[in-house]
Design a binder for this molecule. Structure first.
Ligand code: RTP
Ligand code: MG
Length: 148
C-alpha cells in the first residue's frame, strides 16, 4: 500500500493545528502508520531539504525546522502521496485554495505549516530518513463490522 511522509512544521505545532491536520487526513480515509513529536537535528533538517541546498532560502528553512518541535507522520492509503499534497495545498499559502490546510491557515511561504512528500520515490526516501522500520505499524481496521 502507498505511503507518504508528512511533517507538521514548528508553526503548525505552535498554532495548535496538530489535531486539525490529523483530522483532515483521517476524515479523508487515510491510515496513520507512524507518528512522533520530535526536535529535529541540523543534520536531519539539512538531509531532508537536501534538494533545496543551493536555493537562497535553504539556510532560513533549515533554521526554522530545527527551531522548535515538529510532528513527523507516515500515512497510508490509495494515492496518498498526491492526495495529501492536494489536502495541503500550494506552497505559498496566499495562492493555496480555501479548503486546503495552507489555504485555510497559512499566511507566509516560509510558515506554511506542513510538509508533504512530492512523489512516491521521495516519500520512500523521506520515510526511511525520519522513521525506523519498527516505529511504523501496519494495521487493519477491525472495528468497522463491529460498529455498523
Ligand atoms: P514542502 O517541501 O515543505 O512540503 O513544500 P513544497 O513541496 O510545497 O515546496 P518546496 O518547493 O519543496 O519548498 C520547500 C519549502 O521551502 C520554503 N520555501 N521558501 N521563496 C521562498 O522563500 C521559499 N520557497 C520555498 C517553503 O516553506 C517550502 O515549503
Ligand atoms: Mg517540497
Amino acid at each position: 500500500m502507498e505511503r507518504t511522509f508528512l511533517m507538521i512544521k514548528p508553526d503548525g505545532v505552535q498554532r495548535n493545528l496538530v489535531g486539525e491536520v490529523i483530522k483532515r487526513l483521517e476524515n479523508k480515509g487515510f491510515t496513520l502508520v507512524g507518528l512522533k513529536l520530535m526536535a529535529v537535528s541540523q543534520e536531519l533538517a539539512e538531509k531532508h531539504y537536501d534538494v533545496h541546498k543551493e536555493r537562497p532560502f535553504f539556510g532560513s528553512l533549515v533554521e526554522f525546522i530545527v527551531s522548535s518541535p515538529v510532528v513527523a507522520m507516515v500515512w497510508e492509503g490509495e494515492g496518498v502521496v498526491a492526495s495529501a499534497r492536494k489536502i495541503i495545498g500550494a506552497t505559498d499559502p496566499l495562492s493555496a485554495e480555501p479548503g486546503t490546510i495552507r489555504g485555510d491557515y497559512g499566511v507566509n511561504i516560509g510558515r506554511n505549516l506542513i510538509h508533504g512528500s512530492d512523489a512516491i520515490e521521495t516519500a520512500q526516501r523521506e520515510i526511511s530518513l525520519w522513521f525506523k522500520e519498527e516505529e511504523l505499524c501496519s494495521w487493519q481496521n477491525t472495528m468497522k463490522p463491529w460498529l455498523s
